[in-house]
Design a protein around this ligand. Structure first.
Ligand SMILES: Cc1ncc(COP(=O)(O)O)c(C=O)c1O
Length: 385
């Protein structure tokens, strides 16, 4: 039989995170204790009132196709929430309910990128951003983030990689895998470049609520002249510990929503209605559950800042729930360190899984209990000697 695989997949492999996860699972199956700090998945349950809202919606028969854009109750909740938190206005027709931010990001690329277009991606980055542009023949242009700059995007370097073919820039803030939170100064300079060179910004804000030590999340969409060229992407996965529910949204002006909804209707049609009702409840109800979770994450982060060897914490993460640990001062390569740690029962991810610039780093997700983090901290000390 011929090989029927599309050549669009030639450079698209499996995620490096998945490889570690599977290796860790094999060790566990063989009876070894493994603390999972490799997954970007919180260890909390989804808050009860959100589950109850989904159950009620199912009991009320919300089991049929929803409108392409999503249910009005969901889009209104998103619109009101964005107004309250970011301070900008969207019409309810400028919001699409998506199957997580992953589908939202894919939709954005499918709607705007074509062969030869360039999309600038600060790297290291969340894995799906590296690969998705390749489906459309677009060129992913890496922009190196450096620990020495606190993993902030360097606007001078950005300007150097902009060409007439640049169509889009991806911003993730707070950032996966580094935990960096983009500052107002950097965002203002990026906004000026986006307007000068006329490109779109895909702003991934899935960790928007997870900021620490007085850091502030700022959406680039709220800067003057930016709403019209920003595709704001968010998700319920992290904020409400709902990774398995698969719910997110896109907010963008009508002109950008139109090509995306045309694509969306042929990819998934619409997001699940009873899950959108749960999402609306998450946004409309008091945010105490989020506050409590962020408080817990903040104390885990403080614990690790105290316990980890300061030589490997070259950039203190201001947001999300990751440390991007610097292996350069240790004499270990990232891969060696990850292997040694897995032998000790702690699963981490080598930074190379997140693209260029991640090679000398290791990502640790503090999505585990303090007891598990204490176990991991002990093992890190033991391995580093
Ligand atoms: C920056 C970033 N964007 C998007 C996602 C995916 O989110 P979702 O579960 O909503 O698809 C992740 C998951 O780790 C992420 O880190």
């Amino acid at each position: 039989m011929r090989d029927f695989t599309s050549s669009a997949l030639d450079n698209i492999g499996f995620s490096g995170i998945r490889a570690i996860f599977e290796k860790a699972n094999r060790l566990e199956a063989a009876g070894q204790k493994v603390v999972h700090l490799e997954m970007g998945r919180l260890d909390f349950d989804t808050p009860t009132h959100i589950k109850e809202a989904a159950k009620k919606a199912l009991d009320e028969g919300m089991v049929h196709y929803a409108p392409n854009l999503g249910l009005p109750v969901f889009r209104n909740a998103v619109r009101d929430f964005i107004k309250k938190t970011i301070g900008i206005d969207y019409a309810d027709t400028e919001i699409i309910a998506t199957i997580g931010a992953t589908q939202g990001a894919f939709l954005t690329k499918a709607a705007f990128l074509e062969k030869g277009d360039e999309i600038i991606i600060p790297t290291p980055t969340f894995v799906s951003y590296l690969n998705a542009p390749l489906f459309f023949g677009a060129v992913a242009v890496p922009l190196h983030l450096k620990a020495e700059d606190g993993f902030q995007v360097d606007p001078d370097l950005l300007e150097k990689v902009i060409t007439p073919r640049t169509k889009m820039l991806v911003l993730i803030s707070p950032h996966n895998p580094t935990g960096a939170v983009l500052s107002m100064e950097v965002l203002e300079r990026i906004a000026a470049l986006a307007q000068k060179h006329d490109f779109l910004v895909l702003s991934d804000e899935v960790y928007d609520r997870m900021v620490y030590d007085g850091e502030k999340h700022i959406s680039i969409a709220s800067l003057p002249g930016m709403q019209e060229r920003t595709i704001l992407l968010n998700s319920f996965s992290k904020t409400y510990s709902m990774t398995g529910w698969r719910l997110g949204y896109i907010a963008a002006p009508e002109k950008l929503i139109s090509p995306m909804i045309r694509t969306h209707q042929y990819v998934v049609g619409s997001a699940n209605p009873f899950i959108q009702v749960a999402g609306a409840a998450a946004l409309n109800e008091p945010q105490t559950c989020v506050d409590d979770m962020v408080k817990e994450l903040s104390s885990r982060r403080s614990y690790l800042l105290k316990e980890l060897d300061p030589r490997i914490v070259t950039a203190k993460p201001g947001g999300a729930f990751y440390f991007f640990l610097d292996m350069r001062p240790t004499g270990f390569t990232a891969e060696q360190f990850v292997d040694r740690m897995l032998d000790e029962g702690v699963a981490l991810v080598p930074g190379s899984a997140f693209g260029a610039g991640g090679e000398n780093f290791v990502r640790l997700a503090y999505a585990a209990s303090v007891e598990d983090l204490a176990f991991a901290a002990e093992k890190i000390k033991k391995v580093l000697g």
